[in-house]
Ligand binder design. Structure first.
Ligand code: ZN
Length: 232
């Protein structure tokens, strides 16, 4: 039976990088909420809607929210996520999530489906922990590449990089989003919505394993693989 790995962690914990590594190593599909939203809003045409629990949602309104940088409606995002999960489970694909589900609401929508399709014992929830100081430090020193927006986390190895190692484009700092004051707000939001989610996972019988996110990514990755392979 295929596995489902759910990686959680504050901004800058490296969960996206770890999800890519896990996905490659264990041949799991990296299910990215942002990509699923993008694919769905891009094909939205006037008059398109989805009906969820008796209520109609216009897809063009979702597209507008997305285009103006606002969050799409949680009901619609969960609907798209569940469709994608069903499709992937039919193809017998294992899954890895990073920073998703983001909220208690999304968790309640997605977790019962995952349990039904994959079985509780095949679902691993891993929380990558770093201190608030480190979150602020890593995010305010984070850069992204101009071409593909690849994130470059700050480390001794990346400190002197001027260009993206993957595509050679220039590295930039994100204005606004990565300012220390904005990061503090994002961190507070993360804590407020993550703790209820962790309680929910545990109530659902899914153990949440904690991993120290401070060491270099290669070491964190080793620890994650260890956790995945224990008790299974
Ligand atoms: Zn790049």
């Amino acid at each position: 039976m295929k596995k489902v790995i759910i990686l959680l962690g504050p901004p800058g914990s490296g969960k996206g990088t770890q999800a890519e590594l896990v996905s490659e190593k264990l041949n799991l599909y990296y299910i990215e909420t942002s990509k699923i939203i993008e694919v769905n809003v891009m094909k939205a045409r006037p008059g398109d809607f989805v009906k969820i629990k008796g209520k109609k949602y216009s897809l063009l309104s979702e597209k507008k929210l997305w285009q103006t940088g606002k969050l799409c409606t949680p009901e619609v995002v969960s609907f798209w996520m569940k469709n994608k999960i069903k499709e992937l489970s039919k193809e017998k694909a294992g899954l890895v999530f990073a920073g998703s589900p983001r909220t208690f609401y999304e968790g309640k929508e997605i977790v019962p489906l995952l349990k039904k399709l994959y079985g509780s014992k095949n679902i691993k929830v891993i929380l990558i922990e770093i201190s608030p100081e480190e979150t602020i430090f890593r995010n305010s020193n984070r850069r992204i590449c101009e071409l593909m927006r690849h994130p470059i986390l700050y480390s001794k190895e990346t400190e002197k990089l001027k260009r993206c190692p993957l595509d050679g484009s220039k590295l930039l700092k994100r204005k606004g989003l990565d300012d220390p004051e904005v990061i503090k707000v994002r961190l507070k939001e993360y804590q407020e919505r993550t703790f209820p989610l962790i309680e929910y996972f545990e109530k659902e019988g899914l153990e949440v394993q904690k991993i120290n996110g401070s060491p270099p990514p290669a070491d964190v990755f080793k620890n994650i693989l260890c956790q995945i392979h224990t008790n299974s």
